[in-house]
Ligand binder design. Structure first.
Ligand code: AMP
Ligand code: MG
Length: 303
């Protein structure tokens, strides 16, 4: 059973094997609806009203209550911000909107340097929480879950499939995915895109059980201006696209974590391999010149 839906700015495909068609269909609809709900809760785009947008426009210092669900994801994001020494930052919404990579049509030139400078200031510890809720201490401090919410949505989708009795499935949201069980007699085979040649693969993973694979790449949303590539993964230190990587793939159980860490490692570059080394992830990093580095257990995933 295979179905696709357009969500989160991408095609999301659901594959279920080893289950009668009608039950699989029902499970897919429940998972897709849940993922759409998650998108609506976390998005800073479009016309839907949500708590995140209200927070981003609340007066400075004013407490805003965020749902338990947002709290969990925000605390996770801030923990990863901490562990990545600020490379991952869930508060760069204003800077991200200034660049406008999610707009149609997408931008062709970088914004004014002075405005970038203004929007990147004071973002590292600008979010605060107390008994009354969350508040922000600068106008440019705006939540942006673009680096983590897709992974969280995939986890929720898988959760819903499990609730419907599904044992073998794949949810693929434009290359960011999570599998469960296996594909018939075999493991799930997952190709990893070459960052400079869409027709080539960096490798094929063979996965069984509960595993997510998330890639952050500078080829996903980008433009080239005066020979320079600008893309949607921003270095909070400079306010510009991070220049240290072409792509980073992280494999681990929960897509929320592999999503956030793929973004964090992308920004940090090769040095981040030391940080993720201690985590239950496998990582493939591709640098600016196409050079590659992989974590110790990576070869076990490739056959
Ligand atoms: P991903 O494609 O998962 O690497 O996430 C990129 C998206 O996350 C962007 O479109 C922004 O919404 C957001 N983002 C960009 N740079 C960062 C960063 N340094 N930390 C956290 N989120 C970011
Ligand atoms: Mg990410």
């Amino acid at each position: 059973m295979h179905e696709t839906r357009f969500m989160m700015g991408t095609l999301v495909s659901f594959t279920i094997v080893g289950m009668p068609k009608s039950a699989a269909e029902e499970a897919i609809h429940a998972a897709a609806d849940e993922m759409q709900r998650v998108e609506d809760v976390f998005t800073i785009y479009g016309t839907v009203d949500n708590e995140i947008k209200r927070f981003n426009h609340a007066p400075l210092g004013q407490r805003v209550r965020l749902s338990d669900e947002i709290n969990v994801v925000l605390h996770t994001a801030m923990r990863i911000q901490n562990q990545s020494h600020g490379a991952f930052n869930p508060a760069l919404g204003a800077l991200n909107q200034l660049w406008g990579f999610s707009k149609t049509p997408p931008p062709k030139h970088p914004p004014d340097q002075a405005i970038i400078e203004e929007k990147r200031q004071d973002l590292s510890h600008c979010l605060h929480e107390d008994q009354q809720g969350w508040w922000r201490d600068s106008a440019q401090c705006q939540l942006d879950f673009g680096g983590i919410a897709k992974g969280y949505a995939i986890d929720r989708g898988i959760h819903l499939l499990k609730k419907h009795g599904v044992e073998h499935a794949l949810i693929d949201a434009g290359g960011d995915l999570r599998v469960m069980g296996q594909h018939g007699e075999h493991a799930w085979r997952i190709g990893i895109r070459h960052p400079r040649d869409a027709k080539k693969l960096l490798g094929v993973l063979h996965l069984k059980g509960d595993v997510s694979v998330v890639t952050s790449g500078d080829y996903e949303r980008f433009f080239i201006d005066k020979g320079q590539r600008y893309h949607h993964i921003l270095d909070p230190q400079t306010g510009y696209s991070s220049q240290r990587s072409q792509s980073v793939t992280v494999v681990g159980k929960r897509a929320m974590l592999t999503d956030a860490w793929s973004t964090a490692v992308f920004v940090l570059g090769k040095d981040a391999m030391k940080i993720v080394h201690k985590k239950p992830f496998q990582v493939l990093w591709v640098g600016k010149k196409g050079e590659r580095e992989q974590s110790d257990g990576w070869h076990m995933l490739v056959q």
